[in-house]
Design a protein around this ligand. Sequence first.
Ligand SMILES: Nc1ncnc2c1ncn2[C@@H]1O[C@H](COP(=O)(O)OP(=O)(O)OP(=O)(O)O)[C@@H](O)[C@H]1O
Length: 273
Amino acid sequence: MADLTPIATGRNLRFLAGGRALVADASLDLLPGTTTILIGPNGAGKSTLLKLMTGELKPAGGEVLLDGASLHAIPAWRLACQRAVMAQHARLAFPFTVYEVARLGVDGVGRALPRQRREAVVGECLAAAGVIELASRNYQTLSGGEQQRVQFARVLCQLEAGQSVSARQALFLDEPIASLDLCHQLALLDMARTIAARGVAVLVVLHDINLALTYADKLVVMDRGQIVAQGEPSATLDDALLQNVFKVDLSLSRAPAAGLPFLLPQQHRPSAA
Ligand SMILES: Nc1ncnc2c1ncn2[C@@H]1O[C@H](COP(=O)(O)OP(=O)(O)OP(=O)(O)O)[C@@H](O)[C@H]1O
């Protein structure tokens, strides 16, 4: 039977800044083999929650467990083997090549691997992210979408190299398709789902609700710092929740083939409220 012990758990997380709670009493489990998609309006607290789950931010209350251990008690090198993070913005101050940026994912994590294998991992992940032909380019000269795909290659490298230390891994992607064209959006999300199918717990922050409904095994909805709904996608979203959270007059329809709910584009009208 599949092991459904959570790889990452956030319990009653709370984060305060600027005199208010940016995240309040948020709890979620990230399960192996599961793609969890986090949606919500601008400023809802999605990135803050993701940063709490990855350990980039320390909660004012609650705790994060990674494979049952308190996140902040895990040594940095081991943490890097257990979870990879693709941030919303990744700027580099130095003129690294694309190859060097992807190799950052292996450095420090894959030291136990023979040098040849480390190089093979970088090549394989650059190819998987569709950026192998950019390998010798200066990262700083790439377009926003190209940079995003290179960052994806970097996290793929980290997961692949870290696997020799930890078989139970989590992948965190904060708006990974924000700069991508449609073809690359679908390719990246397909790959995220393939990674989940290998047993990784994947958390993705997305704005596109149709894509969230298509790719999520579990949907988490945030509004004003709180998780207001979570669960199986079609059972989690309804017209009232969409209206209350996103302040738009939308209605869910059923996709004939897959039976998934989706939003018709012509219904994306600002609500009168
Ligand atoms: N260090 C900080 N000090 C004060 N306010 C902050 C700080 N960091 C974030 N915020 C505010 O907290 C709220 C949540 O930010 P967060 O980036 O988590 O939202 P989000 O849901 O990811 O939004 P978006 O969809 O726009 O990326 C926002 O209103 C933001 O302005």
